[in-house]
Design a binder for this molecule. Structure first.
Ligand SMILES: [Zn+2]
Length: 802
C-alpha cells in the first residue's frame, strides 16, 4: 500500500550494473553522465588517522588507512573510499537505534541490538559538507598527509566500483547536485565491507520520512532480498514537528495510451501540477520499472527529462524507479502547471492463447506519493481485445483494426489500474452500483493440462501497493475459465452489498473484476485483479490444495479484493508501517462475509489455519510470528524468514482485528469500522490514529481504555501466549463459587492478554469473565450461585494463543 511520502530515492549496493539510458542534452543528463564516468582523484589521496564523520545517528571512524576523494562534479567532491589497508589499519562504524523495536530488528540480523562494526573499506557518497569536514580534521592529527604515490594505484583499483555504485545512485545524486528549493541535500551513503557482518549499507537521506536506514542485500533460495536491518527518524528530526514531504500535488490525470502489436504501451500523460514550495527547479516522479519516459513539457514548453532506468533501485521502490523533470523555469507556489509526459514500455505480458495481463507492479503512469486525483483514460487496443479500467465508460468504438475505449472517473481515486483480454462479461446492476465480471475466453497456458502453474512474480520489497500475496499451490488441471462466471458475479455483488451496508459507499459506484494469471489478487479503485483459480469450479478438486486454500480461492480472495475498495482505496495507509492495517481490515472484512455466507465454523477454520502458519517454526526453531512486529510491514519479507510477511500481515493482522471485535462486541465493532471509513475517507490513516479511534468503541470500564497495552503486545510487539485454565468449585448453592488459576507460557514476562472464561450454568445461561493473564499465575473467583455445567477458557477463538 501507499507511502504518504515519496519513498526512498535510493538504491542499494547490489552487484548489478545499471543500464543507463540517459538522454544527451540537459543539465541533469550531463551531471548524471559525469557521475557515471567519474573517477577518483590521485591528487586527493591521503594517508589518514583518526578522522571521523558524524551524520545524525551514524558515526564513522576512519581510524587508520588510506582515503581518496573523487574528482568534483558540479564543483563538488561527492564520493570517497577509505581502506584500512595498512598494518594495523582499522575503520569502525557505530549506529545506536533509538527505540526497542529497531534494536530488536537489528539484533535479528546481526545478533546485536547496536551496530558497532569494524570494516576493511567503505565507499562513501555525500552531498552535504562532508568533504570539507574531513579535510578540516586532517591538520589536527599528526600522520595525516597527502599520499600521491598511492593515488594512481588506488584510483585504478576502485574506479570501477565508484562508477558502478554511482550509476545506481545517479538519479538521486543528480537531484541533490541540481539543488532545488524544497529538496534538502545532505545525503550520506556508506557501502561497507564489514569484518563480521560482510557487505552492508547505511544511509542518511534527509528527504526520506525515516532518514536513517541500514541493511544488506542477501540471497536466499535463488532470490534476492534487501534485508532492512534498521530504519528510523534521525536524531534532529525526532524532536522537530513532522515536516510534510509533499512538495507538489497532482490532479486531473489524462492518459492517452496506444497498445502496439508487440505489446508496447505508448502513452501520453497530462497532469496538473501544483507546487507547494516556491521556486522548485527539479521535480522527481516515479514510474514502473518497465516504463521509460522519453519527453516532457511544462505548459507546452519542452522540459528536460532524466530517466536512467536502474535495476538496483527496483529492489526498494515497489517496482518503480525514479526519474527527474527539469522545467524550463522554476515553478511557483500558488500557480498550476500542465505537465505532459511521453512514456512507453512493456507493462503487459502475454500468458498465451490471447490471455494478457498487466505485469507492471509499479505505476504505469508518472506518479508522486499518495495523491487522490481524477482520471480520464483513453486506450487504443487491437479490435478483438477488451480493456477494463477505473472510470465510467464514455466511449467504446471500433475504428478499422483498433478498438477505442475511454473511461473517466467522476470522483478522485488513489490510483488507476487497467487490465485487458478477450473477455466474456457477466454484469449485475444493483441499486446504487454495477458489477462487471470479465473472464478470459481461453485459459492461460500455465493452467492448461500437463503443465505446472508458473510461480507468480516475486513481490518487490517496499512496494507501494502490494498485490495480495500468492499462496503456493499447484492447481489441478482445470476446466473452463468461464465455468463460474455467473456465480462469481453474484458472489462479488453479494460482497459489495455486505460491505456497503457496513462501511458506506465503495470507492466508485461500479466494480469491474478481471482475471490475472497466478495465485493472487489486487484491488484498485473500481477494478479488481482476481487469480484465474477463483474463476474455476472446485479449484481444490485435486489433492494439491487444502481446505483452507480452497476457501481462499473460491470465497475469500474475491471478498478480500472487494474490501480493498474501502481499505486501501477510500482509506489509505499513512506509511509502510501502517500497510498491515489495510490488509488486515480487507482480510477480516472478507472473513466477516465468509462468516455470514458460510457460517462461523468456516471463519474459525481460516483463523486456525492462520494460527498454524504463525506458529510454524523455521530453521532456528523460532516461530514465524517471532520474526518481528506487524508494523515492520514489507520489511518482514526478508531472507531470514521469507514466510513472515505473509503470515503476519494477513494471518496475525486478521487475528488482531478479530480480537478487537471480541473485546468490543459486534455492535460497537461494526460502528468502529463505519467510523473509520467515514473519518478517514480519502485520507491516510496511521496505526496510532487507528488505535485511538478503536479505543473510542471499547465497552465502558475497560482495563485498557486507550488500547495501549493491546497495541504494545500485539501490534508493536511479538509473542503468542500459551494459556491454561485450572479451576475448582467451592461451596454449595446458593453460595457456590468457581476458583480458577490462569497460567501463561511461551511469551516474555511482560506479556499480558485479556482472555474470556465462560461459565455455563444450567438453564442455558452463561457468565463470561474476562481475565488478564500475566507471567505469574492469575487467581480469580467468580460467585456463581449454583454448580456450573462447564467452565471453559476462550471457547470462541477470542484470543490468538498456542
Ligand atoms: Zn489485500
Amino acid at each position: 500500500m501507499p507511502y504518504r511520502f515519496p519513498p526512498r530515492w535510493l538504491a542499494f549496493s547490489l552487484a548489478l550494473v545499471c543500464c543507463a539510458a540517459a538522454r544527451a542534452g540537459g543539465r541533469a543528463a550531463d551531471l548524471a553522465r559525469q557521475i557515471r564516468e567519474n573517477s577518483f582523484d590521485p591528487q586527493e589521496c591521503y594517508r589518514v588517522r583518526d578522522l571521523h564523520l558524524e551524520k545524525e545517528d551514524i558515526r564513522i571512524y576512519l581510524t587508520d588507512g588510506h582515503l581518496i576523494f573523487s574528482k568534483p562534479v558540479a564543483g563538488r567532491r561527492y564520493a570517497a573510499i577509505f581502506t584500512a589497508d595498512v598494518e594495523g589499519g582499522d575503520g569502525e562504524v557505530i549506529l545506536l537505534p533509538p527505540n526497542r523495536a529497531e534494536r530488536s530488528s537489528l539484533a535479528s540480523y546481526t545478533g546485536s541490538p547496536n551496530l558497532d562494526e569494524h570494516f576493511r573499506s567503505v565507499l562513501l557518497f555525500f552531498t552535504g559538507d562532508d568533504y570539507a569536514a574531513l579535510k578540516a580534521q586532517m591538520p589536527s592529527t599528526p600522520g595525516n598527509r597527502l599520499a600521491p604515490e598511492l593515488g594512481a594505484t588506488m584510483a585504478e583499483q576502485w574506479n570501477s566500483v565508484l562508477r558502478n555504485v554511482g550509476a545506481s545512485y545517479q538519479t538521486r545524486l543528480t537531484l541533490d547536485l541540481l539543488g532545488s528549493p524544497g529538496f534538502t541535500s545532505g545525503l550520506l551513503v556508506g557501502v561497507f565491507n564489514g569484518i563480521k557482518d560482510g557487505n552492508f549499507d547505511l544511509l542518511y537521506d534527509p528527504q526520506s520520512p525515516e532518514q536513517i536506514l541500514g541493511g544488506q542485500v542477501s540471497n536466499r533460495d535463488a532470490r534476492l532480498y534487501f534485508d532492512i536491518w534498521v530504519s528510523f527518524v534521525a536524531r534532529s528530526f525526532r524532536d522537530a514537528p513532522a515536516r510534510s514531504a509533499q512538495r507538489f500535488a497532482l490532479s486531473n490525470f489524462r492518459i492517452d495510451s496506444t497498445l502496439a502489436p508487440d505489446l508496447t504501451l505508448n502513452c501520453i500523460t497530462r497532469v496538473t501540477v501544483k507546487p507547494l514550495v516556491d521556486g522548485i527547479t527539479v521535480t522527481p516522479f516515479e514510474i514502473a520499472s518497465q516504463m521509460s519516459v522519453s519527453a516532457a513539457t511544462v505548459d507546452g514548453r519542452p522540459a528536460e527529462v532524466f530517466d536512467a532506468e536502474s535495476l538496483r533501485s527496483n529492489l526498494n521502490r515497489g517496482g518503480n524507479h525514479l526519474f527527474l523533470v527539469v522545467p524550463p523555469e522554476p515553478l511557483h507556489a500558488g500557480r498550476q502547471y500542465e505537465f505532459e509526459f511521453h512514456h512507453a514500455g512493456k507493462v503487459i505480458e502475454d500468458a498465451g492463447d490471447r490471455v494478457f495481463y498487466v505485469a507492471a507492479r509499479g505505476n504505469w503512469y508518472p506518479a508522486y506519493g499518495v495523491q487522490y486525483a481524477t482520471f480520464d483514460l483513453l486506450f487504443r487496443v487491437p479490435r478483438d481485445l477488451d480493456l477494463v479500467s477505473a472510470g465510467q465508460l464514455i466511449e467504446d468504438r471500433i475504428d478499422g483494426d483498433t478498438r477505442i475505449i475511454r473511461r473517466r472517473t467522476a470522483v478522485t481515486i488513489r490510483m488507476a489500474g487497467f487490465n485487458l483480454g478477450n473477455y466474456k462479461h457477466a454484469r449485475i446492476q444493483h441499486g446504487g452500483y454495477s458489477v462487471d465480471v470479465c473472464a478470459n475466453r481461453s485459459l492461460e497456458q500455465a493452467l492448461q493440462p500437463a503443465t505446472v502453474v508458473a510461480p507468480p512474480p516475486p513481490l518487490p520489497i517496499g512496494r507501494r501497493r502490494p498485490a495480495d500475496a500468492p499462496l503456493t499451490a499447484a492447481p489441478p488441471p482445470p476446466p473452463d475459465p468461464l465455468g463460474r462466471l455467473a456465480s462469481l458475479a453474484n458472489d462479488v455483488a453479494s460482497a459489495m452489498d455486505f460491505m456497503t451496508a457496513r462501511f458506506g459507499p465503495p470507492a466508485l459506484p461500479y466494480l469491474t473484476v478481471s482475471p490475472i494469471p497466478g495465485t493472487f489478487g489486487q484491488g484498485f479503485p473500481g477494478l479488481l485483479y482476481l487469480s484465474t483459480l477463483s474463476y474455476l469450479r472446485n479449484p481444490g478438486r485435486s489433492a494439491n490444495i487444502n481446505a483452507a486454500q480452497e476457501i481462499f480461492f473460491a470465497d475469500l480472495l474475491q471478498a478480500h479484493e472487494v474490501a480493498h475498495q474501502w481499505w486501501g482505496n477510500r482509506v489509505a495507509a499513512a506509511t509502510y508501517r501502517d500497510n498491515w492495517l489495510m490488509e488486515a481490515l480487507a482480510n477480516y472484512s472478507a472473513l466477516l462475509f465468509l462468516e455470514k455466507t458460510k457460517g462461523e465454523r468456516t471463519m474459525e477454520m481460516m483463523l486456525d489455519s492462520y494460527r498454524e502458519q504463525l506458529l510454524a517454526t523455521g530453521e532456528s526453531g523460532r516461530t514465524v510470528e517471532s520474526a518481528g512486529p506487524i508494523v515492520l510491514g514489507s520489511r518482514l519479507e526478508n531472507s531470514v524468514e521469507p514466510r513472515a510477511w505473509h503470515a503476519i500481515t494477513y494471518g496475525k493482522g486478521s487475528w488482531l482485528i478479530h480480537m478487537l471485535r471480541r473485546q468490543m462486541g459486534d455492535e460497537r465493532f461494526f460502528a468502529m469500522l463505519a467510523a473509520l471509513a467515514k473519518r478517514y475517507d480519502h485520507q491516510t490513516v496511521s496505526t496510532e490514529q487507528f488505535r485511538q479511534l478503536a479505543a473510542e468503541f471499547l465497552p465502558p470500564k475497560s482495563d485498557d481504555p486507550h488500547l495501549e497495552t493491546f497495541f504494545d503486545q500485539w501490534v508493536y510487539g511479538t509473542g503468542i501466549p500459551g494459556l491454561k485454565l485450572s479451576y475448582s468449585l467451592t461451596g454449595k448453592a446458593p453460595a457456590a463459587k468457581v476458583s480458577g488459576i490462569l497460567t501463561q507460557t511461551g511469551v516474555d514476562d511482560d506479556f499480558t492478554a485479556l482472555v474470556p472464561v465462560d461459565i455455563q450454568l444450567a438453564r442455558g445461561s452463561t457468565i463470561t469473565r474476562w481475565i488478564r493473564s500475566s507471567s505469574d499465575p492469575v487467581r480469580f473467583t467468580v460467585p456463581v450461585g449454583q454448580v456450573p455445567l462447564k467452565v471453559t477458557l476462550d471457547p470462541h477463538h477470542n484470543v490468538l494463543r498456542r
